[in-house]
Design a protein around this ligand. Structure first.
Ligand code: PPE
Length: 311
C-alpha cells in the first residue's frame, strides 16, 4: 500500500502513523461503522472526485440507517476531503471516509458512544488489475450467500457487513479466482464481493435490483445511465445462476474495480471468452467520464481546488 502523509480525523489532519484508535473502539468489537469508497482522478480540469455528492449522500444514508448522527454537515465532509487531497499533494487517489462508533460504554447498545469520522486518501491502482480491466477476470460463484435484509441492512455500506464479502473474497482467492459472485438468500445472482454485476444477452443488459439486496452502487448507476445514453436497453431483474453460463457478456462495476469485464464464470467462458462489444462501448464512455474526457458527464466531477502556494 502506498501511504500518504496525512489523514483527517475528527476535524484535524494528523500524520498517517498517528491516525490511531483506542482498542475499546465500539466499531472494532461490533462492526458499528459505515464508510465510502470514492476515487479522484487527474483530469484536465484538475484533480476531480467522481460523483462526490452521491458518495457523501450514501454515507449519510448508511449512517442514518444505523441511527448514527454524523457530527459534520455534508459540505464540511466535502471540504475536509478536498483539503485532505490537496494537503497530501495527490493528483489522483482513492478516498475512504469512515464514520464509526468510537470508544465509550462497552456492550451492544451503541447510542451512547461517540461518532468519530476519518477521511484517508491514498494512491490505489486498478483493484482487479489493469490486465483485468482490459482482458477480463475469472469469477466464481461463492458458497457464501450475500447478507439479506432479514438480518442486516444490505443497502447500507456498513463495516460489520463486510465480513460477508471478506469470506467470499478469501474463498475465491484460495480457489484461484480473481473475484467472487454472491447469490442472494433466494439463490438469485446478487453482486461481487465489492462490485455490482451486469449481464448481457442478445443485446439486452440486465442487472439485479434492490430486491436482491444489492448495495446501490454509484458506478452501477453511472453504467446504467451510460448504457441507456448509448441506446441500449437496461433492465433490473432477477438473474438465475444458470443464466450466467448463457451470457454473451458480463461485467462488474465499483469504485475500486471501476468497470471490469468477466471472462469466465465457474470455469466456463463468458461469450467468446473475451470482453464483448457492449462491455467495451460502456467501459470506454465510463473511462472517459472518470478521467474528465467527457463533456456529457462533466457534472459528475467535483474539482478539487489546487492548494494555495506557500507564502
Ligand atoms: N457492492 C459492494 C458489496 C461493494 O463493496 C461495492 C463497492 C459496490 C457494490 C459498488 O459500489 P460503488 O463503488 O458505489 O459503485 N466497494 C468498495 C470497497 C472495495 C474495497 O475493497 O474496499 C469500493 O469499490 O470502493
Amino acid at each position: 500500500m502506498i501511504q500518504a502523509d496525512l489523514i483527517w480525523m475528527n476535524g484535524e489532519l494528523v500524520a498517517w502513523e498517528d491516525a490511531k484508535v483506542h482498542v475499546l473502539t465500539h466499531a472494532l468489537h461490533y462492526g458499528t461503522g459505515v464508510f465510502e469508497g470514492v476515487r479522484a482522478y487527474d483530469t484536465k480540469r484538475g484533480t476531480a472526485i467522481f460523483r462526490h455528492a452521491d458518495h457523501i449522500d450514501r454515507l449519510f444514508r448508511s449512517a442514518a440507517m444505523y441511527l448514527m448522527e454524523i457530527p459534520y454537515t455534508r459540505e464540511e465532509i466535502r471540504a475536509a476531503t478536498h483539503e485532505t487531497i490537496a494537503r497530501n499533494n495527490l493528483k489522483s487517489c482513492y478516498i475512504r471516509p469512515l464514520v464509526y462508533r468510537g470508544a465509550g460504554p462497552m456492550g451492544l447498545f451503541p447510542l451512547d458512544c461517540p461518532v468519530d469520522v476519518t477521511i484517508a486518501v491514498w494512491e490505489w491502482g486498478a483493484y482487479l488489475g489493469e490486465e483485468g480491466k482490459r482482458l477480463g477476470v475469472r469469477g466464481k460463484v461463492s458458497s457464501f450467500r450475500r447478507i439479506s435484509s432479514d438480518s442486516v441492512i444490505p443497502a447500507a455500506k456498513a463495516t460489520g457487513q463486510y465480513l460477508n464479502s471478506v469470506l467470499a473474497k478469501i474463498e475465491s482467492h484460495k480457489s484461484g479466482y480473481e473475484e467472487a459472485i454472491l447469490l442472494d438468500d433466494r439463490g438469485m445472482v446478487c453482486e461481487g464481493s465489492g462490485e455490482n454485476l451486469f449481464f448481457v444477452k442478445d443485446g439486452v443488459i440486465a442487472t439485479p435490483g434492490f430486491s436482491s439486496d444489492i448495495l446501490g452502487g454509484i458506478n452501477r448507476a453511472s453504467a446504467i445511465t451510460i448504457a441507456r445514453d448509448l441506446g441500449y436497453t437496461v433492465v433490473e431483474r432477477d438473474i438465475a445462476r444458470g443464466e450466467l453460463y448463457l451470457a454473451d457478456e458480463i461485467f462488474m462495476t465499483g469504485t475500486a474495480a471501476e468497470l471490469t469485464p468477466l471472462r469466465e464464470v465457474d470455469d466456463r467462458p463468458v461469450g467468446s471468452g473475451e470482453p464483448g462489444e457492449i462491455t467495451r462501448a460502456i467501459q470506454s464512455e465510463f473511462e472517459d467520464a472518470l478521467h474528465g474526457r467527457s463533456e456529457r458527464y462533466a457534472d459528475w466531477l467535483d474539482v478539487v481546488a489546487a492548494p494555495a502556494p506557500a507564502t
